[in-house]
Design a protein around this ligand. Structure first.
Ligand code: C5P
Length: 251
């Protein structure tokens, strides 16, 4: 007899901030539209979530002048995909997408998962582990991975000032999951306080809350620098998610 091990989840929404350009990539187009295999980064990222239990739909926050999204929309025509106009910062983009979700949800505690467009290698099992934890945690949850290298604090000349203990130190990854209205309140609070944040957990922490860390795999990289693109291709190939050999693996 076949036994299904798929977890069951209450309804949740996916938010993908994809309104950044990715200056550090030095590419001619935003990094989420660079070719990974036969698909662009954003398509692969989105595909990691399609079919997960409880997923109600996804909202992509896009740059106001984004002319590439309609082609993407055509590829996902059977999935409830929505768009919001992103803002000048990542937090503003998440807030815009969250506004759309709030308009759809009667229940203000509905869970939202926020995942960077530039992280196409997030593993399905890690996402499911995060969902399980987030639904059981009052302050939400985020994927994270323990720091493995020795940490150095340096001065502006890159001379070592001191060695920083890595005990209990983690890299914050995405997805990160929070109740819809809690995240909205936290992002509004951070904006009013003039705080520039690089993830959503930071906003929740500003409210004095303590999201739960869920240890995920370190191959959930954020494509940031040019070398990250071939690395992401290798990771996808190792994970068995490589779709085409049309793009050279290296170079
Ligand atoms: O800049 P960084 O790579 O850290 O961006 C993380 C994510 O936030 C990316 O998916 C990027 O597209 C998104 N972002 C956004 N709106 C901005 C800046 C970044 O949606 N204004």
């Amino acid at each position: 007899m076949l036994v299904s091990h798929s977890p069951k989840f209450q309804p949740w929404w996916l938010i993908i901030p994809a309104a950044g350009f990715g200056q550090r990539m030095g590419a001619a187009r935003p990094k989420q539209y660079l070719a990974l295999d036969s698909r662009c980064v954003l398509e692969v990222t989105l595909s990691r979530f399609i079919g997960l239990p409880g997923l109600q739909g996804a909202v992509l926050a896009l740059a106001p002048d984004d002319a590439l999204a309609p082609a993407l929309l055509a590829n996902f025509k059977d999935f409830p995909l929505h768009y919001a106009v992103g803002g000048a910062t990542r937090s503003a983009s998440v807030r815009a997408a969250l506004h759309f979700v709030q308009q759809q949800c009667v229940d203000k505690h509905t869970m939202v998962l926020v995942h960077d467009a530039a992280r196409p290698c997030a593993r399905r099992l890690d996402i499911e582990a995060l969902l399980s934890c987030a639904f059981a945690s009052k302050d939400g949850a985020l994927l994270a991975t323990p720091v493995r290298d020795t940490l150095k604090q340096a001065d502006t000349d890159q001379q070592v000032l001191t060695t920083v203990s890595r005990a209990g130190v983690y890299h914050a990854l995405t997805p990160q999951a929070f109740a819809c209205d809690l995240l909205a309140h936290a992002l509004d609070f951070a904006e009013q306080a003039g705080c520039v944040l690089t993830d959503d957990s930071s906003a929740i922490e500003l409210l004095g809350k303590a999201p739960q860390l869920v240890v995920g795999h370190a191959d959930n990289i954020k494509i940031t620098h040019p070398d990250d693109l071939p690395l992401a291709r290798l990771i996808l190939q190792a994970q068995g998610h490589w779709h085409s050999a049309q793009v050279p693996l290296l170079g």
